[in-house]
Structures are given as structure tokens and as C-alpha cells.
Design a protein around this ligand. Structure first.
Ligand code: DGL
Length: 251
């Protein structure tokens, strides 16, 4: 079973990490469109066009399944990708919504979705949560966390200032949806800010649960190959992969 993992850049490594931990696939091809990141500030047609170009690459790799790790691409391009792909295409938004539903006992629970400007503008998380009956959903574009994470700023005074800037008007929600690939890397800072009662929903963990329950794949398969491709310097992507994946990284 060979899976493709698509992201606008390095952020999808957070989803890749969850896939590696779950040992669901023997062979993984990661592609980050690092030359054109961020997608989260671009318009719908551009996001669809870039995603379909990435699909051509994945088709040439003869994968069996495509995981769209990027929330922004999942929000806008999932239908176009599914219509054009000869394999199943799974985005992160439906799994994130299902994981939220599994973790919250009351439909009155407060949910805060944080994501890029484009993902928030799509309103997809909020719409799908409302379809599940959740009536207390707020959405907030917090795109400045993306360059912070890419600069390796996970805590300290600048991070504290940014947390205050975005969240000072918000009460701690019951669930915080990390609707952007980069946000699991600042989960610690977000938890410290909102407190231990706020449940964090992580796209990588959500998509693993979704794949396991939908496709019933055996777990604990040995990984034979992990390949990285990028539209810009692939060595820079591999460098970040080594740092983020730790001993899960395979050269
Ligand atoms: N990967 C993107 C996402 O999850 C974040 C970075 C970007 O804006 O491209 O939405």
C-alpha cells in the first residue's frame, strides 16, 4: 500500500508524523509545494489549480491513496482532486469534524476553529460541525502562526504576544480545532494559554482514526520507503523533516 501525502509546504509533516506513528502504509511519498507556499492566502481557483498540478505528480508515482494534509487544499480542492484521481483522496476536514464529534459529549459544547484565512473563508469546518448539530462554533483566521512555526518560534515572548493578539477576546473553548498543518507544533503553547480543559483536535490523529475506521487497514506494517519531493529545495524540506519527525525519519 503506497500513500501520497500532499501539502502546500512543510506543514504536512505533522500529518505525516501521525501516519508514521500509526504504521498504516509500507510506502509513503510526501510532496510539498514549497515553491508556492502559503496556500492559505490564495484564492479558490489558484488553490485548485496548484492542487491539480500536484495530482499529476502523484499519478506518476502510482500511489494507492492520496492524503491531503493541507487544510486549505482540503477546503477548496478535494472535490476536484477526487474527480480527477484514479485512487481515493482523503482530506483532513471531515476527519477533524468526526474526531471533534467523538470527543465532545454535548452539542452545546463551545468549539473554536483556527486555520488560515482561506480555510476560514471557506466556512467548511463550521458548516460541517453545524450539520452535526453543534451550535456554538466560532472560527478565527490565525495565519501568523504559520511563519512563526516555520521560524521555529514555538513559545517565549513573541508567541505569547501573538496568542494574546488573537485570543484575548475569547473564553477557553471546550474544543480547539487545529485547522492548519502547522498548529500541532504549537499545541503546547495553545494548551498552556487556554488551559487543560480545552481539548485540542489534531488533523494527523483525526485522519489516522478516519483511515483506520473507513478502510480497515492493518496497523503495524513495516515501512519500506519514505520519499520526499518538493517544488523548491528538497533538501530544505528533508532538513525540516529530520527535525520534526525525529527517529521516525527515514533517509
Ligand atoms: N498547509 C496549510 C494548511 O494546513 C498551511 C500553510 C499554507 O498557508 O499553505 O492550511
Amino acid at each position: 500500500m503506497k500513500v501520497g501525502v500532499f501539502d502546500s509546504g512543510v506543514g504536512g509533516l505533522s500529518v505525516l508524523k501521525s501516519l508514521l506513528e500509526a504504521k498504516l502504509f509500507e510506502s509513503i511519498v510526501y510532496y510539498g509545494d514549497t515553491a508556492r507556499v502559503p496556500y492559505g492566502t490564495k484564492d479558490k481557483q489558484t488553490i485548485i489549480r496548484f492542487s491539480l498540478q500536484a495530482l499529476d505528480f502523484f499519478i506518476s508515482q502510482h500511489i494507492d491513496m492520496l492524503v491531503v494534509a493541507c487544510n486549505t487544499a482540503s477546503a477548496y480542492a478535494l472535490d476536484s482532486l477526487s474527480q480527477n484521481a484514479p485512487f481515493p483522496v482523503i482530506g483532513v476536514i471531515t476527519p477533524g469534524v468526526l474526531a471533534t464529534q467523538n470527543k465532545l459529549s454535548s452539542k452545546d459544547s463551545s468549539i473554536l476553529v483556527i486555520a488560515t484565512k482561506a480555510t476560514i473563508a471557506s466556512n467548511l469546518y463550521a458548516t460541517k460541525l453545524q450539520e452535526k448539530g453543534f451550535c456554538n462554533v466560532k472560527s478565527l483566521a490565525t495565519g501568523l502562526f504559520v511563519p512563526f512555526v516555520e521560524e521555529g518560534i514555538y513559545d517565549g515572548k513573541p508567541m505569547q504576544a501573538l496568542l494574546e493578539y488573537y485570543f484575548s477576546g475569547y473564553n477557553p473553548p471546550d474544543a480547539l480545532i487545529l485547522g492548519c498543518t502547522h498548529f500541532p507544533l504549537i499545541a503546547h503553547a495553545l494548551s498552556a494559554y487556554f488551559g487543560k480543559d480545552t481539548i485540542l483536535i489534531h488533523s494527523g490523529e483525526a485522519i489516522v482514526e478516519y483511515i483506520q475506521s473507513t478502510y480497515h487497514l492493518p496497523t503495524q506494517r513495516p515501512l519500506h520507503s519514505l520519499e520526499f519531493f518538493a517544488s523548491d529545495d528538497v533538501n530544505a524540506l528533508k532538513h525540516t523533516a529530520k527535525a520534526w519527525l525525529g527517529n521516525l525519519y527515514m533517509p
